[in-house]
Design a protein around this ligand. Structure first.
Ligand code: G6P
Length: 368
C-alpha cells in the first residue's frame, strides 16, 4: 500500500499530483496538429455528431459537476443547447426529448447505479445516440453506450475524486469541439481550444506549485464549521466541486453559490466565522464578482480569493488573494479546480480525518 502511494502520505494527494500526467494521457492520440480527432469517440461518431441538435448530460457527484462546466462550453463554444441533470432525478421523471439529442453519461467507475439506470431508461426515450465518458474500460456504462471516450486517469483510489474530474473535463472539451464544428465553432476556435489543451499539463504544474501557500491557508479553516464557495459562469461548478471536496473529507459544512445570488440569501450567513472562498480568473464576469466580494467584505466576511494577475486584486485586511497562473479562459475551470482540491486535502490532514476513506462514503455507489 505505502509502496503504491510512493512519497505521498495519501492516495488523494498522489492523485492530485498525477493530474498533469493523467491529462497528457487523456489527450494522447486524440489530437492531430490543431484538430480534435472525431474517430476517438468511435467509428459511428461522424454520422452521429454531424446530425446533432442538442446534448443531454446525466451524471452523479463530482461527475455531475463536470457536466455543469460542459454546459457552458457547449453553449458558448459549440452553440449546441445542453442540459445537465443528476442521474437520480433524471431516471424518475418524464422527459420531452428533442429529435437529434445526444445522451451523454459521465462516470469515473462506469458502475454508478443511478447513472446506469438513467442510461437504460434513455434508450426507450428516443435519443439519437448514447455516449459515455468513463474511466473504466470494462464497465457496464461503456459496454452499453453507442460511443465512448475513455478518460485515462488510471486507477483512482481516494474516495474524493480528483484526477477523474479534471480528465472528464478534458474529455468534455474534446466533445465540445468534435460536436461544435457542425455548429458554431469555426476553425480558429478549434485551433485555440487545442492549443490551450496542449498547454494544460504545464498550467496544472504551475497551479500545483501553490501547494505551500495553500497548506498555510488551510490553518484558517481547521476550526471553522461553515464555509462558502463562490464562482460565476463556468467557475460556479468549480466552486461547487471545491465545496463538495471540503465536505467529503474534512466534514466542514461547505456551500457553493453563484456569486450573484449572494443577495438572495447567503449574505445573511456571512460573519467572521465563515470563511468565503472565491475562484476569480479574469473573464467577462470578474468585475461583477469583485463587487459581490465587496458585499461579503462589507459584512465582515473573511475572503480567500484565487485570481490571476489580470484581475488586479490585492490582499488586505480580511482579504487574501492567492495568485493562480494566467491561462486561456476556456481551460480556467480545469486549472482553478486544483487549488481547491489542495485546500480541502490540507484542511482534512490538519483535522486528522481519514482522507482516502471518508466516513459514510463509498468510491462507487452501485446500489440505489
Ligand atoms: C460517489 C463517489 C464520488 C463520485 C460519485 C459518482 O459518490 O464518492 O467521488 O463522484 O460517486 O461516481 P462515478 O463513478 O459515476 O463518477
Amino acid at each position: 500500500d505505502s509502496a503504491d502511494r510512493g512519497r505521498y502520505r495519501h492516495y488523494m494527494l498522489k492523485e492530485i499530483h498525477e493530474q498533469p500526467r493523467a491529462i497528457t494521457d487523456t489527450l494522447e492520440g486524440r489530437l492531430l496538429d490543431d484538430h480534435v480527432l472525431e474517430a476517438a469517440f468511435g467509428p459511428k461518431a461522424h454520422d452521429i455528431f454531424s446530425q446533432l441538435a442538442r446534448i443531454q448530460i446525466v451524471a452523479c457527484g463530482t461527475s455531475y459537476h463536470a457536466g455543469m462546466v460542459a454546459k457552458h462550453w457547449m453553449e458558448t463554444l459549440a452553440g449546441l443547447p445542453c442540459d445537465v441533470e443528476v442521474a437520480s432525478e433524471f431516471r424518475y421523471r418524464s422527459h420531452v426529448v428533442t429529435p437529434g439529442t445526444l445522451f451523454v453519461t459521465i462516470s469515473q467507475s462506469g458502475e454508478t447505479a443511478d447513472t446506469l439506470a438513467a442510461l437504460r431508461e434513455a434508450k426507450n426515450l428516443g435519443y439519437a445516440a448514447t455516449l459515455a465518458i468513463c474511466n473504466a474500460p470494462e464497465s457496464s456504462l461503456v459496454r452499453e453506450s453507442d460511443l465512448t471516450l475513455m478518460t485515462r486517469a488510471g486507477p483512482e483510489i481516494g474516495v474524493a475524486s480528483t484526477k477523474a474530474f479534471t480528465t472528464q473535463l478534458v474529455a468534455l472539451l474534446l466533445l465540445t469541439v468534435a460536436t461544435g464544428r457542425y455548429h458554431r465553432l469555426d476553425k480558429a476556435g478549434e485551433t485555440a481550444v487545442v492549443e490551450a489543451l496542449r498547454r494544460l499539463p504545464r498550467s496544472l504544474e504551475a497551479a500545483l506549485a501553490l501547494e505551500a501557500d495553500i497548506e498555510r491557508l488551510a490553518e484558517q479553516f481547521v476550526d471553522k464549521n461553515h464555509t462558502l464557495f463562490l464562482g460565476r459562469g463556468p467557475q460556479y461548478p468549480v466552486a461547487k466541486e471545491g465545496a463538495l471536496k471540503l465536505k467529503e473529507i474534512s466534514y466542514i459544512h461547505a456551500e457553493a453559490y453563484p456569486a450573484g445570488e449572494l443577495k438572495h440569501g447567503p449574505l445573511a450567513l456571512v460573519d467572521t466565522e465563515m470563511p468565503v472562498v472565491a475562484v476569480a480568473p479574469k473573464d467577462d464576469l470578474v468585475e461583477k464578482l469583485k463587487s459581490n466580494l465587496q458585499e461579503v467584505r462589507a459584512r465582515g466576511g473573511v475572503l480567500y480569493v484565487f485570481a490571476d494577475a489580470g484581475v488586479n486584486l490585492k490582499s488586505g485586511d480580511g482579504y487574501e488573494v492567492l495568485r493562480v497562473p494566467e491561462v486561456a479562459e476556456v481551460i480556467a475551470p480545469i486549472v482553478y479546480t486544483v487549488p481547491l482540491q489542495l485546500l480541502s486535502y490540507h484542511v482534512a490532514v490538519l483535522k486528522g480525518t481519514d482522507v482516502d476513506q471518508p466516513r459514510n462514503l463509498a468510491k462507487s455507489v452501485t446500489v440505489e
